[in-house]
Ligand binder design. Sequence first.
Ligand code: PEP
Ligand code: MG
Length: 887
Amino acid sequence: MTQWVYAFGGGSADGDASARNLLGGKGANLAEMAKLGLPVPPGFTLTTDVCTAYYDKGQTYPEDLAAQVDEALSALEVKVGKVFGDASNPLLVSVRSGARASMPGMMDTVLNLGLNDETVEGLAALSGDRRFALDSYRRFITMYSDVVLGVSHSIFEELLEQYKEDHDYQLDTELCADDWAHLIGDYKKAVQKALGKPFPTDPREQLWGAISAVFASWMNDRANTYRRLHDIPASWGTAVNVQAMVFGNMGDSSATGVAFTRDPSTGDTGYYGEFLINAQGEDVVAGIRTPQCLTIAMREKMGDTQPSMEEALPEVYAQLIAVFDKLERHYRDMQDIEFTVEQGRLWMLQTRNGKRTARAALKIACDMAEEGLITEEEAILRVDPAALDQLLHPTIDENAPRDVIAKGLPASPGAACGKVVFDSDEAEHLASLGEKVILVRVETSPEDIHGMHAAQAIVTARGGMTSHAAVVARGMGRPCVSGAGEIKINAVEKTLITRGRTIRAGDILTVDGATGEVLMGEAKMIKPELTGNFAQLMGWADKVRRLGVRTNAETPADVQTAKEFGAEGIGLCRTEHMFFDADRIAAVREMILSDDQDGRIAALAKILPMQRNDFVEIFRIMGDLPCTIRLLDPPLHEFLPHTEDDVKAVSAATGISASALMERAHALNETNPMLGHRGCRLGITFPEIYEMQARAIFEAQALVEKETGVKPVAEVMIPLVATAKELEILKVRIAAIADEVAGEAGVKPEYLIGTMIELPRAALRAGDIAEHAQFFSFGTNDLTQTTFGLSRDDAGKFLGSYLEAGIFEKDPFVSLDQDGVGDLVRIGAERGRAAREGLKLGICGEHGGDPASIRFCEQIGLDYVSCSPYRVPIARLAAAQAALQNK
Ligand code: PEP
Ligand code: MG
């Protein structure tokens, strides 16, 4: 026979915390508390299996359920010494849902069930307080009608308000027993009118009504949506908890409250909570009365004038905190607790692991490890790496008012405010004058780098999570909202229109990159704190992780930041960003626009010293840590002059006529540039470009070695390789340059030559390619783009629909598609290592900073992940968790 019903209370229970799947979170913890000998009002749980069976059998209950419920109810009557439905000694119960995972917004609670015109008199006699009994009865009718019968709460609210007005009452507390009796009559009439049948008076009918309502709520729209958003399968079902009522509204020695065993926003030790004297649970939540603080310390901190529980009910308070300590030690985690005091007697109604901010999570994990409650390894696993983001950037004060004017994608976290500018040059100019600016563009291109760097934050109207703006902003640690489609930009008038409001250049906006919201005005900020618990947990993580963590960075400022965040090398230095600096873009354009090799060589000679200096600065910062430098990757047209002014400037600098320039630009134009003349294809066709870059790298190494005595380590990386032959040709040329520089400088540069694996063919033919590569770095941005045939720049437009339709569970540009793209990575790694033992393997796509993707990298045995500077700590923690989970 299946056991559908599990009893708890009176010092014992059928189940315990380990039966969470069967009893739901609430039921399992009630059972556990009962077993611990804590004062839990007795009751029983209908299991989640009942819910599953109910839906499997066309919404009917298992045959033997009713008998099991009757039996549990009889046992409950004996435990409590009261009888369900008895007119003189009535047992009242609460009925609550309780799924495996907490699901706020589902049907929650019906209190005082079992009341009718007869039992209410019994309750009045038992409590010696008729007003209390009638107040409970009207609450029950309201709640039951709303939750079970579908009669809106507002009908009863209106009747109550009208009654108060007619009788000149201000507060509910002014209503006496007879007033409530009168209103109860009105309430019942209202139900009769709404439903065409009377309010149910039989307690058993009430009980089954409430049980069925909980099971029905499992499939309501709200629950379905919540489950979809939180990956909770419908098959889990919910449990139903039926529990003897205890009353927090039985006079001034009664109370009800909620508490956390530590502060859930700061993690500070010390109990944190609120309570209300002479009240029932929903009064605390409803906000009708202002709750009082639990402790004196909290009351003093809040400047509250009402007495704390510590003062008002000192004896029960002492019992309560003894329970808190016991629960925290037992669960080894911060608890979120509900309790009731009935005439001086404490009852525990719920405990669960409390939700907390990132800051609190960090502090609680470290403190608990130091208290010996958990191990360092457990502490590592307790903190969500993604949540660290909240701590690495300034954030908007939660309590600050928010005037949202637009919403886009949360492309790069953190918050910043400044004056709106619509143009990168203007951004740079104003920033040089000490202004804080927010760069607002339809979308950004590599030409905007200087403006993005100068800006505090970036907003784009177009583009997804791996659009140029998003990738670059994350790299720079600038907050960014991308794809805010509701913003209409008028670049000529320097205005933007959104939600019917016009914002002009110079107006102040705040960008919240964590939520994707753009706010009017300057919001209040909180600064990041990277010492203390943060440093402590990172230290523990570093001890257990196997994967190395490098950074994707190219400017000295970003490289420095990443190093401070713990980067163990550079995994991707994108050299093209260096080509856009104002002092060299002219020479770059001159190189591109030259018709012949001589012209290109002459222009490249101008770029060489500047490029060498870029690398000198990077090597100086990184010391002997490896620096993977990728040779030029993007299609050349990205560097070309676009505006008339640009064309004139280049024409003046080169002596080439404007029309010839336009013609050349036209010739370079490609229909599909991301699949076009880019990456190593440039290196093959214009050998002098890569040769210049290789020379700049090796010369910089020699200079820094002579200057500092430390030997820089370069890993020269060739992008977009599809065939072994491409790499073979380029490798020979680069090695020749290294030999030349070694001869000239008198020091041998320490270097490896390797490739990105970012095309499906490269992954499949990794064996051949590894013959010529000393390392691989998986470029999963392009690999995702080319595996799915999905443009990383344009997919944002319809990815939302794909996510909504469940075609993609997650944006594949954010979290690695492990089945498809991941399979290619696995194949590439296996075939590469089979051909060359010990081949160094890393990942440098955006996925290198995503915890789920990092776990995958751990599983397939990559050597390191590389991510933008601000994600380095996240990757360190995620790598440690992956190592522990993979043990
Ligand atoms: C990649 O393709 O994954 C990569 C890191 O290179 P980029 O984003 O510069 O194309
Ligand atoms: Mg790429």
